[in-house]
Design a protein around this ligand. Structure first.
Ligand code: HEM
Length: 272
């Protein structure tokens, strides 16, 4: 992970998101890694946006060379996500949340159902997390990962042009590289100041009405998460503590242990 992040600082973020999308759909069973046409990899929120598969492949082949058929792809992804955060932050207190092997099922339909859209409402997002046994508080702190998030114009256009809860100078700045039509792929970091550093800026942004994703601004929009978002915006230590705990909780969603899973030799293919 250190090599990967050195080559491309964004990779820490990409692996963290891969881990989230992996665990959220039928548990942490490495199903997102499978190259299957009807698998999760091709779901709406993954196709053309989930990244980092090659990094997992590279780690897996190193681990296989050192210790064959022993460490699951699910565990590799969990530990890579831990390192992905640790490498870009000033704190590093997240336990390894390994302990699962892969894989039950890789379902595009389940991923389409479970993962929220960037245009989702707060109640929709909270209910999706609740369905996984994660609280609204877990959701709010996990969304702090967007401090290292990058996205593209097509994802935030309707927010900066259509929503009323956006700071006008921020919207004007973002419109410079995101026209009303065209330029869907034009990139933008969620955090202008420290896009490659994991800190509590996502909360400062939403409190200032500078959340780039509609779904993030929902965390501070007169709803149930306002006071927590405000607290996190001024208390980086609370974010560090709660984020680590919530990641460990997410990493324990429906683990496959013992003979329930499989140790793949190649994370893209099932054993049988
Ligand atoms: C709460 C609901 C969530 C929504 C609606 C959401 C939505 C999004 C969207 C739209 C993007 C941009 C994708 C792209 O343009 O390619 C993104 C990126 C990202 N998300 Fe989330 N997300 C959510 C929760 C989370 C959680 C819980 C985590 C981690 C624990 C997370 C971590 C990330 C990261 C690190 C990125 C940047 C990935 C990269 O740059 O490759 N997100 N998210």
């Amino acid at each position: 992970m250190a090599q990967a992040v050195n080559m491309e600082p964004r990779m820490g973020a990409s692996i963290v998101r891969l881990f989230f999308h992996e665990c959220f759909v039928n548990g942490c069973d490495a199903s997102i890694l499978l190259d299957e046409t009807t698998g999760e990899k091709n779901a709406f929120r993954n196709r053309n946006s989930a990244r980092g598969y090659e990094v997992v492949d590279a780690i897996k082949s190193n681990v296989e060379a050192a210790c064959p058929a022993t460490v699951s792809c699910a565990d590799i992804l969990a530990l890579a996500a831990r390192d992905g955060v640790a490498l870009v932050t000033w704190w590093s207190n997240m336990d390894g949340s390994a302990g699962s092997s892969g894989c039950q099922d890789s379902s595009q339909a389940d991923a389409n159902r479970d993962l929220s859209s960037f245009s989702a409402s707060l109640s929709d997002i909270i209910s999706k997390f609740k369905a996984k046994g994660l609280s609204a508080r877990d959701m709010t702190v996990l969304s702090g990962a967007h401090t290292i998030c990058q996205t593209a114009c097509g994802t935030f256009r309707s927010h900066i042009y259509g929503d009323t809860d956006v700071d006008s100078s921020f919207a004007a700045l973002r419109k410079q590289n995101c026209p009303f039509t065209g330029g869907d792929g034009n990139p933008a970091p969620l955090d202008l100041q420290t896009p490659n550093r994991f800190d509590n800026s996502n909360y400062r942004n939403v409190v200032d009405k500078k959340g780039l994703l509609h779904s993030d601004q929902e965390l501070f929009d007169g709803g149930s998460q306002d006071s927590l978002a405000r607290l996190y915006s001024t208390n980086g230590a609370a974010v560090a503590r709660d984020f680590a705990a919530a990641m460990v909780k997410m990493g324990a969603l429906s683990p496959l242990t013992g003979t329930m899973g499989e140790i793949r030799l190649n994370c893209r293919r099932r054993v049988t």
